[in-house]
Structures are given as structure tokens and as C-alpha cells.
Design a protein around this ligand. Structure first.
Ligand code: DAH
Length: 339
């Protein structure tokens, strides 16, 4: 009896086939109602008592092996059918590729870069952790200069000579150290100020700095460049230059663009005036040129610095600056490129 079961076990172990029908025949032979296993179970009562234990173990083993074999072969053969080339539909359209979206700050930044590239500006970058010299002193803002208070600064605790740059003007000084005039460069980047966060201001934001230094550069060049930029960027060039003060430029101006008051967001962003200040600008102060070992008797230049968020808020009608940094997919997915 036991020997017979051993033979069945051997048969189950070695059985293999590539035909699903044969698997079914195998299943019927061993596992169906009238199959070998049920017969063996029925025999159990006739087995002498001293063999019952070993007999029981063997048939359970046989049942497990047969069940497992049927399962394995079925899985194998059914998958093979799916992989079969004749089942492959090459005309089926592919799964759509999910296209991500650019952040509105990046979109506007790239637009600004493109506009200035057209008139010969290159792109330069500098570090966000900056030293006092490049962020302040070299820009005609010596220690204890009251104008340092214009920008609330995050200092690095361990060494107050290091800080998070408060403006991208720091890249101007780095660029002038490394390059001789003529210089035409724009520097986009992230800047930091220790300011309360509200719908209109944030402690992190983005700027694009511009610097143009050559022989005979005048304020008229600055104005024409700004007119060109606003026309390209906004499709309109109604701007005004308000006299202002920056330590690194003389004379200095703040530049407003007339945007209009068509929507509620326009009212909010422009504080109900239709005008929005988009940048600071001016003729590079001779002291800055001297600090950079450029002879102000030979060279002159202009500089400007604009906030990217402000411009993006106008263009995309975004009422709250905090939305840029919240990474809310519902907000971000609206800026998908049009394909
Ligand atoms: N750095 C100034 C700021 O963050 C902006 C600025 C004003 C930049 C005048 C300039 C400039 O290059 O000439 O407020």
C-alpha cells in the first residue's frame, strides 16, 4: 500500500506537460471525486492500525503535491498564452504619457531670460549663501550704512559675515570681479528677507538682476532697454520711472508698469491704482565700479533688479504670493504647457 503511494508521489513529481488539457486530465486522475486520492482516503479504514499514521501522512503529502502541481502548470501555461505573439495587438494605442508642468516662476523666469538673450545678455548665477562683501559692502553699502535696513537680512548664526543673499545684486559684484567690460548679463535667482509672510510678501522670493557696462552707456540706454522689455513681456510699454534711492546706483529709479484695472486681482495687486512697481534700476554708482576695479572715468553702466513673483502674479492673475510655495497640485497643474 505504502509503496503504491510512493509510486504515485513519484509520478506527480515528474509529471509535466505543455498542454492545458493534459493538466486537466491529471487533475481528474488524482484530485476529482472518483480520483486516486479519494480512493486512497476511502481505503484508510482498512489500513492496519500500526500503519495508519504513516499512511495518513503519505496521502496528505500526495494530495499537497498533486494540488500544487496542477496550480503551477496552469499558471505557467496560461501566462504563456498571454505572451504568445499571436495575441499581441500592435495597433493598440500606447498609454498616454503624463506631461508634468512647469512652475509659473520658472515659466516667467525663462521668458525674461529669452527676452534679454535677444539683445545680447548672457545668464550668470551666484551663491544663495553670500558674504557681506558681495551682498552689501561692494555695492556701496558699508557696515553701519542705514540703507542696510532697507532689506531685513537673515544672517548665518555662526558667522555674521555670512548671510542669505537679500537680492541678486550680489551676482553683479561677483560677475564684475570675474569679467572685464563690456558686460551684459542677467542673473536670475532666489533671494531671502526676514519679512512677515502675507498675501503680498514672503521671506523667499525670486529676482532677475541685469547689468550692462561699457563705454558710453547712458540713462537713455536704460530707458530704451526697459521699454523693449516691457513691450516684449507684457505686450505694452506704458511705464514710468520714479526717482528713488539705491546705494549702488546713481541716479536711481523705481520702474512702474501701467497694467490697468480689469479684474479684481488687478485691483489687489496694484492696490487699486492700475500701476505696479516691477523693478528698481539706475546707473551703476561709480563707487561700485571702483570697488570692482573698473575705471568709472572710462566705463559707465546701468543695472536693474526685478521681482519674478510680482510679474507672474499679474500675468497669471494669482492673488496670493503664498500659492507659489505651497506645492498644491491643483494650483501647479494649471500651468501645463499647451500641446
Ligand atoms: N537690489 C534691489 C532690491 O532688491 C533692486 C535693484 C535696484 C537692483 C536697483 C538693481 C538696481 O540692480 O540698479 O530691491
Amino acid at each position: 500500500m505504502i509503496n503504491q503511494i510512493e509510486r504515485y508521489l513519484e509520478e506527480v513529481k515528474t509529471f509535466t506537460t505543455k498542454d492545458l488539457k493534459e493538466v486537466e486530465a491529471f487533475r481528474i486522475k488524482f484530485l476529482s471525486k472518483k480520483g486516486i486520492l479519494n480512493q486512497l482516503f476511502a481505503e484508510f479504514k482498512n489500513v492496519p492500525n500500526n500503519e495508519k499514521r504513516i499512511y495518513g501522512q503519505k496521502i496528505n503529502l500526495l494530495k499537497q503535491a498533486a494540488t500544487e502541481k496542477v496550480k503551477q502548470l496552469k499558471e505557467k501555461l496560461e501566462n504563456a498564452v498571454e505572451e504568445n505573439a499571436s495575441e499581441l495587438d500592435l495597433t493598440r494605442p500606447g498609454y498616454p504619457v503624463e506631461i508634468g508642468s512647469r512652475h509659473p516662476i520658472s515659466i516667467v523666469k525663462n521668458q525674461i531670460i529669452d527676452i534679454f538673450k535677444h539683445i545680447g545678455f548672457n545668464v550668470s548665477e551666484g551663491p544663495e549663501i553670500e558674504d557681506d562683501w558681495h551682498n552689501f559692502t561692494a555695492l556701496n553699502l558699508p557696515e553701519y550704512h542705514p540703507a542696510r535696513d532697507m532689506q531685513d537680512t537673515f544672517f548665518l548664526q555662526k558667522n555674521p559675515d555670512w548671510l542669505l543673499r537679500t537680492h541678486t545684486s550680489s551676482v553683479q559684484t561677483r560677475y564684475m570681479e570675474a569679467h572685464k567690460p563690456p558686460i551684459r548679463t542677467i542673473s536670475p535667482g532666489r533671494v531671502y528677507r526676514n519679512e512677515d509672510i502675507s498675501a503680498r510678501s514672503h521671506c523667499i522670493f525670486h529676482q532677475v538682476e541685469g547689468l550692462y557696462i561699457d563705454k558710453g552707456v547712458s540713462f537713455a540706454d536704460l530707458k530704451q532697454t526697459l521699454l523693449y522689455f516691457t513691450k516684449e513681456m507684457f505686450g505694452k510699454s506704458k511705464i514710468r520711472l520714479r526717482p528713488s534711492y539705491f546705494p549702488f546706483t546713481e541716479p536711481s529709479a523705481e520702474v512702474d508698469i501701467y497694467w490697468g484695472l480689469k479684474t479684481e486681482t488687478d485691483y489687489r495687486i496694484t492696490k487699486g491704482t492700475g500701476w505696479l512697481e516691477i523693478m528698481g534700476a539706475g546707473m551703476v554708482d561709480p563707487n561700485v565700479l571702483k570697488n570692482m576695479e573698473i575705471d568709472p572715468g572710462v566705463y559707465t553702466g546701468f543695472a536693474f533688479g526685478m521681482g519674478i513673483e510680482r510679474i507672474a502674479m499679474l500675468l497669471y492673475q494669482i492673488p496670493d504670493i503664498r500659492m507659489f510655495y505651497e506645492n498644491d497640485m491643483r494650483f501647479l497643474s494649471q500651468f501645463k504647457p499647451v500641446v
